[in-house]
Design a protein around this ligand. Structure first.
Ligand code: SF4
Length: 342
């Protein structure tokens, strides 16, 4: 694995614009039907609209590289049907304690050297205790000291937790809505949709940026995919700054291990619809990329994805390796985001 930036992989800032179609204002509310109508567009028309919205707000050749590290693995009491970290399913995963500062610092340094600008830390808790949040705050300070953006995903936050993390320098908090409100209960029974919305409100209330997306391919209908996107786009007071769109990774031992494959073009459509409805968000091509062909990933970028998880592992499941990602981005003429806040 190469650990330094090659000259042709140096970040650049380009300005590329094309005639834009009308885009909704950030505060526009999307009906499920309006989002479903986007899904129904002819594929080329949908891609054209998504690409046009994308170019209006972003350099279409630029992609954010985020690295995700599992800082506390397994043993989670929740029963999310897709997740190998749940204690409810026997996936052979070995549970671990919260990682220490030194190990996280080394991982952050490696991520930065490989070109990542954001470092996300995931911990498999239902809801962290006060002392857990204090410990993660220390990890956030460690990541920030390395000059990276910090993101954490720790489960449901209680009173004051978001503020503690913010004061440590946390830039983003990830908490996904996973799926449509009327499908959620098919996948998770140990918490409800409102629990998710409550934590997102705490994060927003503390002034921490929101990373929130979902998973497709769980067995939901197209209308339910549209409902997920509408929920995300309609979050108040604003849609998330960062929207990870995950494809189900079918892990043996989980209830969704035998789930039929989703048409890859439907995944691309979901990316495009997320881009159109949340024009200023970083739309992240997240879990499931390892099973995607380069051509499907290229279509996702054309549809407006402008962030990827970068590194060999995504919490506990595989991810394309760094060299393969660099090679793909170079073949596509894409460059990493050059600095924060872009
Ligand atoms: S997705 Fe998160 S909350 Fe759900 S079981 Fe896995 S670690 Fe726990």
């Amino acid at each position: 694995m190469s650990s330094t930036l090659t000259p042709e992989f140096q970040p650049v800032r380009l300005v590329a614009r094309s005639p834009a179609l009308s885009t909704p204002p950030a505060a526009a509310r999307w009906s499920v039907q309006a989002v479903a109508d986007l899904f129904e567009l002819p594929f080329a028309e949908l891609l054209y609209r998504a690409q046009s919205v994308h170019r209006e707000h972003f350099d279409p050749t630029e992609v954010e590289l985020a690295t995700l590290l599992s800082v506390k693995t397994g043993g989670c009491p929740e029963d999310c049907g897709y997740c190998p970290q749940s204690v409810h399913f026997d996936t052979g995963l070995e549970a671990g304690k919260l990682m220490g500062v030194d190990a996280v610092r080394e991982a952050a340094q490696r991520a930065k050297q490989a070109g990542a600008t954001r470092f996300c830390m995931g911990a498999a808790w239902r809801a962290p205790k006060d002392r857990d949040v204090q410990a993660v705050a220390e990890l956030v300070r460690t990541v920030k000291a390395e000059g990276l953006e910090a993101c954490a995903t720790l489960g449901m936050l209680g009173e004051g937790h978001a503020e503690t993390l913010r004061d440590a320098g946390l830039d983003y908090y990830n908490h996904n809505l996973d799926s449509a409100p009327d499908f959620y209960g098919e996948i998770i029974s140990t918490r409800d949709y409102q629990d998710r919305l409550d934590t997102l409100a705490r994060v927003r209330g503390a002034g921490v940026k929101v990373c929130c997306g979902g998973i497709v391919g769980l067995g939901e209908s197209r209308l339910q995919r549209a409902a997920l996107v509408a929920e995300l786009a309609n979050l108040t007071p604003a849609y998330p700054e960062s929207v990870p769109i995950n494809h189900l990774v079918k892990v043996p031992g989980t209830p969704l291990a035998e789930q039929p494959d989703l048409d890859p073009l439907e995944f691309v459509r979901t990316i495009a619809v997320a881009r159109i409805t949340m024009p200023l968000a970083r739309v992240r091509l997240s879990a499931g990329r390892q099973a995607m062909s380069d051509a499907v990933q290229a279509l996702c970028f054309a549809a407006g994805a402008n962030s990827i998880f970068y590194g060999e592992k995504l919490l506990t499941t595989g991810n394309p390796d760094v060299d393969a990602d660099r090679a793909l981005l170079q073949r596509l003429g894409m460059k990493p985001r050059h600095s924060f806040g872009a």
